[in-house]
Design a protein around this ligand. Structure first.
Ligand code: 5RP
Length: 279
């Protein structure tokens, strides 16, 4: 979690007051999302992306958070930071619990003064928000860039409504997944020598065990103590069919292909606007 970024953004855009009523009894700050943006020409790419994430997240929360919500799913990644921030500004935040999708998500819930719950206690979630690595017009998603896909999927399928938040780089204009970095697949660690050739038989061009890089010698270990594979299948025309084939392999816990789950996707654009796609 990038705490320094949250603090930096907060100090730039400190909410003025909690005076605007939004679907009683929830109160949001008066600052509008569009006032957070600046001219695309004069703004560096990194802050344009950051502003896009924030705009998408704030609008998604403002337009979808149910006044009567009791259980809320909080996803993982850098865009959800702003979802948790916005939810943390609600005046009724003591009236619902938040279910995390991993370690980072748990910290976001705590840092924003929200009540932490466990999915074992609250298996029925009113609404869940999460990021995505790619979204197509049918709201097929690829997720798992942050290695949290299993708990993210558990929360998404347990939610009555699942809303995606992303910046403009995540949109795929044509149906199907174009993602070239490989489908993230969580596996039980000692199954990798069997699963990798199995994935190649299914058509994967390359399969890599995700590595910790400079932060850790050896593989990334997920929040569930598993390994992650990134399997490049090229452009994926039928994500559901591919998911079903991969999921049937012994050793596979879950895939990062999320189909028929999201009801809406909010994209922050470079010009400061937010594009909304619905299922
Ligand atoms: O699936 C995820 C983590 O497993 C993230 O939601 C996804 O990678 C998007 O992250 P970001 O909002 O940082 O772009």
């Amino acid at each position: 979690m990038n705490i320094s970024r949250v603090i930096a953004v907060r100090s730039l855009f400190t909410p003025r007051s909690f005076t605007k009523s939004f679907r009683f009894p929830i109160l949001f700050p008066t600052q509008s999302v569009s006032s957070l943006t600046t001219s695309a020409q004069s703004t560096p790419m990194s802050s344009l992306v950051e502003q896009a994430k924030k705009a998408a997240a704030y609008q998604a929360v403002d337009e979808n958070f149910p006044a009567t919500a009791k259980v809320v799913g909080i996803g993982s990644g850098s865009t959800v930071v702003y979802v948790a921030e916005r939810i943390g500004q609600l005046s009724n935040k003591d009236s619902f619990v938040c279910i995390p999708t991993g370690f980072q998500s748990k910290q976001l819930i705590i840092d924003n003064g929200l009540q932490l719950g466990a999915i074992e206690q609250f298996p029925e979630i009113d609404i869940a928000f999460d990021g995505a690595d790619e979204v197509d017009p049918a709201l097929n998603l690829i997720k798992g860039g942050g290695a949290c896909l299993f708990q993210e999927k558990l929360v998404a399928v347990s939610a009555k409504k699942f809303v995606v938040v992303a910046d403009y780089r995540k949109k795929s204009d044509s149906l199907g997944i174009q993602w070239t970095q490989g489908v993230p697949i969580e596996i039980v660690p000692n199954s990798y020598a069997k699963v990798i050739p199995d994935l190649k038989k299914l058509g994967a061009k390359t399969v890599n065990i995700r590595q910790g890089g400079s932060a850790k010698a050896g593989p990334v270990i997920t929040d569930n103590n598993n390994f992650l594979l990134d399997a490049d299948f090229g452009a994926i025309k039928d994500p559901k069919a591919l998911h079903d084939q991969i999921k049937a392999l012994v050793g596979v816990v879950e895939t990062g292909l999320f189909t028929e789950m999201a009801s809406k996707s909010y994209f922050g654009e470079q010009d400061g606007k937010v594009n909304v796609w619905s299922a």
